[in-house]
Ligand binder design. Structure first.
Ligand SMILES: NC(=O)c1ccc[n+]([C@@H]2O[C@H](COP(=O)([O-])OP(=O)(O)OC[C@H]3O[C@@H](n4cnc5c(N)ncnc54)[C@H](OP(=O)(O)O)[C@@H]3O)[C@@H](O)[C@H]2O)c1
Length: 244
C-alpha cells in the first residue's frame, strides 16, 4: 500500500513514524515547499515525487495535512487525481468538509483528538469508505463513527464547544479565588472530586487559553456560526470572557 502526503509538517512526520509496517510505503512532493518542509521530508527518508499531482495519482490513501486555511484549495487542486481514499486531517469546520466532499471522491473525514505527538492521540474517522482505513488502528487508536463525512469534524467541534467554554469558566473561577486569596485551597478542594491531576490540568488549560486567546475566540466564533440554530448561551458568554 502507498500512503501519499500533501503537507509534510508535524502531523505527517509523526504518522510516518507511527505507521511502521513493511507493507506500507510513503510518498510526498517538495513542490513549492518551504526549506523547513523540504528538510523534514529529507530527514524522514520517504520517496519524493516531482509533483503533488503524481502523489495524488500514486497513493492508495492520500492524506491532506496542510492547514485549515489551505485544506479546501488543496482538495480542489489535487482531489480529482486521487483514485484511492482521500483522508482530510485538517482542523476544519463541517462546512468546509462538505465543500471538500464535492471535489473529492472517496472522502474520509478525519479528526485527530489530542496532539499527534502526545502519548495517546486518537483518530476519529467518518465517511462511506472509512472502514477501509480500519488498518490504521494497528498503529494509532482509530474510531470509525459513521458513514457521514463531516461527522468527525462535527464531533471535534462539539468537543471544543465543551472544552473551550469550560476553560473560560475555569479562568473566571480561578480569578475570583485569587481575589479572595484562596487559589490554592480552591484547586485542592476541586481535586478532591475532580481527580488528583485537576490542578495541573487546569493550570495548563488556563495558560494555553490565555496564551492563544485570539485563536480560541476565533474557534468559539466558528462554533457559534456553525451551530447557529442552537441558543449557545454558554459559548457566547465564553467568547465575551475571552474577548476581555
Ligand atoms: N499538530 C497536531 O497535533 C494536529 C492535531 C490535529 C489536527 N491538526 C491539523 O493537521 C494539519 C497539519 O498540522 P501540522 O501540525 O502538521 O501543521 P504544520 O506542522 O504547520 O505543517 C503543515 C505542512 O503543510 C504544508 N502545506 C501548507 N500548505 C500547503 C499546500 N497548499 N500544498 C502542499 N503543502 C502545504 C506546509 O509546507 P510549507 O512549510 O512549505 O508551508 C507544511 O509542510 C492542520 O490543518 C492542523 O489543524 C494538527
Amino acid at each position: 500500500m502507498i500512503i501519499g502526503f500533501i503537507g509534510f509538517g508535524k502531523v505527517s512526520r509523526n504518522l510516518v513514524k507511527i505507521i511502521n509496517s513493511d507493507d506500507i510505503e510513503f510518498v510526498t512532493s517538495a513542490e513549492n515547499r518551504s526549506s523547513k518542509t523540504i528538510d523534514d521530508i529529507e530527514k524522514s527518508g520517504i520517496e519524493v515525487l516531482d509533483t503533488f499531482k503524481e502523489v495524488a495519482r500514486r497513493a492508495d490513501v492520500l492524506i491532506s495535512a496542510t492547514s485549515p486555511k489551505n485544506a479546501l484549495g488543496v482538495a480542489r487542486q489535487y482531489g480529482k487525481y486521487a483514485n484511492g481514499i482521500y483522508l482530510d486531517l485538517n482542523n476544519i469546520s463541517p462546512d468546509t468538509t462538505s465543500k471538500i466532499n464535492e471535489s473529492v471522491c472517496n472522502l474520509v473525514d478525519g479528526a485527530i483528538i489530542g496532539k499527534i505527538d502526545s502519548d495517546n492521540p486518537i483518530l476519529y474517522l467518518s465517511g462511506k469508505k472509512a472502514s477501509r482505513l480500519r488498518f490504521l488502528n494497528d498503529f494509532i487508536q482509530t474510531k470509525i463513527i459513521s458513514d457521514n463525512a463531516g461527522d468527525a469534524s462535527k464531533l471535534k467541534l462539539l468537543r471544543s464547544t465543551y472544552t473551550k467554554t469550560l476553560s473560560a469558566l475555569l479562568i473566571e473561577s480561578a480569578e475570583i479565588a485569587r481575589d479572595n486569596c484562596l487559589e490554592d485551597e480552591f484547586f485542592s478542594m476541586l481535586s478532591l472530586t475532580e481527580g488528583d491531576d485537576f490542578r495541573e490540568k487546569s493550570l495548563s488549560r488556563i495558560n494555553n487559553t490565555l496564551n492563544s486567546s485570539k485563536r480560541k475566540s476565533e474557534e468559539l466564533e466558528e462554533i457559534i456560526n456553525y451551530f447557529d440554530e442552537n441558543e449557545l448561551i454558554m459559548v457566547k458568554a465564553a467568547l465575551k470572557k475571552l474577548s476581555q
